[in-house]
Design a protein around this ligand. Structure first.
Ligand SMILES: Nc1ncnc2c1ncn2[C@@H]1O[C@H](COP(=O)(O)OP(=O)(O)O)[C@@H](O)[C@H]1O
Ligand SMILES: O=P(O)(O)OC[C@H]1O[C@](O)(COP(=O)(O)O)[C@@H](O)[C@@H]1O
Length: 303
């Protein structure tokens, strides 16, 4: 079983405008509401690729109901803990630039956290668990690390988060982490501009405990590092329509291929194809789109 854990889900409200005029009344021509949050996105993309998963985490209020209904309609299994407050709304403005306003999160109590720990007790060493997204300010930044340490040692854990929750989670030796190049740079207080720089700093995260590091670099390509070497791949050319969830699609594509082949480099390429296919669509990728783009992705070793 693949479990995705979204501690901080969202209703993603995507609104399109020709131009955003700050301080003025803006009227949009098009809007979409999606169930969001990184783990939920991974479950949705896995489903599109033809693989089931169980979505865990916390939801609450009318926005939480929206998420549960949307996932039920897509036949995605859920086992959420119900909160008293409303799940946040994240507004994504698509205009000449993409602007995001991620809303405040509802309160998660220690009883709620204990309920999640109880659900995670059923994870076995054959399972894959994805911990993805930010942690609300009210929670300890070591939460992912603590949850990972509670799982059986052989369970494959994938972490997609940033900042202190990421550096803490690395100490629990996850199977894979997927920072983008900005998030990788933030960990070292530097700006990463090239694949070679990304390789150097991803290598430090391998030394710190991560087994595999996949660094997405948006339109600049992507990098994969483990203790056998560093590999870079190109991304396909295309028109970016909506990059929300593109990084989560990389994670889902990687997992989908890894389950089938156990080959991390093939999984890397497939993940990047899924990321680009989602970036080129208003909602997420389809399997056909991913497999079409896969052919145009080249991989090389980075020295
Ligand atoms: N301009 C682009 N052209 C092609 N693919 C892109 C582009 N921007 C993003 N992608 C795809 O989306 C993936 C994730 O994007 P990125 O911005 O690095 O991650 P995140 O969404 O986590 O911030 C990339 O690895 C790539 O596959
Ligand atoms: O948990 P965070 O870091 O606030 O991010 C949540 C947002 O990220 C997303 O999961 C998209 O993430 P990516 O674009 O990085 O793939 C949205 O669905 C959601 O609004």
């Amino acid at each position: 079983m693949i479990y995705t854990v979204t501690i901080n889900p969202s209703l993603d409200y995507i609104v399109s405008l020709d131009e955003l005029d700050l301080g003025k009344v803006n009227r949009s021509e098009e809007s979409h509401s999606f169930p969001g949050g990184k783990g939920i996105n991974v479950s949705r993309v896995l489903k599109r690729l033809g693989h089931s998963s169980r979505s865990l985490g916390f939801v609450g209020g009318y926005t939480g109901d929206f998420i549960k209904n949307a996932l039920e309609n897509e036949e995605i299994e859920t086992e959420f803990i119900e909160l008293k407050g409303d799940t946040r709304i994240n507004v994504k403005v698509r205009s000449s630039e993409e602007t995001e306003i991620n809303g405040p999160s509802p309160l998660i109590t220690s009883d709620d956290l204990n309920d999640l720990k109880t659900v995670l007790n059923s994870v076995s060493e054959e399972d894959i668990v994805v911990f993805a997204g930010s942690l609300p300010q009210s929670l300890e930044p070591s939460l992912y690390r603590d949850l990972i340490e509670q799982l059986p040692a052989q369970t494959k854990v994938i972490v997609d988060t940033k900042g202190v929750p990421l550096s803490q989670a690395i100490m629990a030796k996850p199977f894979l982490i997927k920072p983008n190049h900005h998030e990788l740079g933030e960990l070292f207080n530097i700006e990463i501009k090239t694949v070679e720089e990304a390789a150097k700093y991803a290598g430090k995260l391998i030394d710190a405990g991560a087994k595999n590091v996949l660094v997405s670099m948006a339109g600049q390509g992507a990098l994969f590092v483990n203790n056998t070497g560093s590999y870079a791949c190109t991304v396909p050319e295309g028109n970016v329509v909506n990059s929300v969830g593109a990084g989560d699609s990389v994670v889902a594509g990687f997992i989908y291929k890894y389950i089938k082949t156990g080959n991390v480099l093939e999984s890397f390429q497939y993940g990047v194809a899924a990321g680009s296919a989602s970036a080129f669509s208003i909602d997420f990728c389809t399997k056909d789109q991913v497999e079409q783009l896969l052919q145009s992705i080249n991989i090389r070793e980075v020295h």
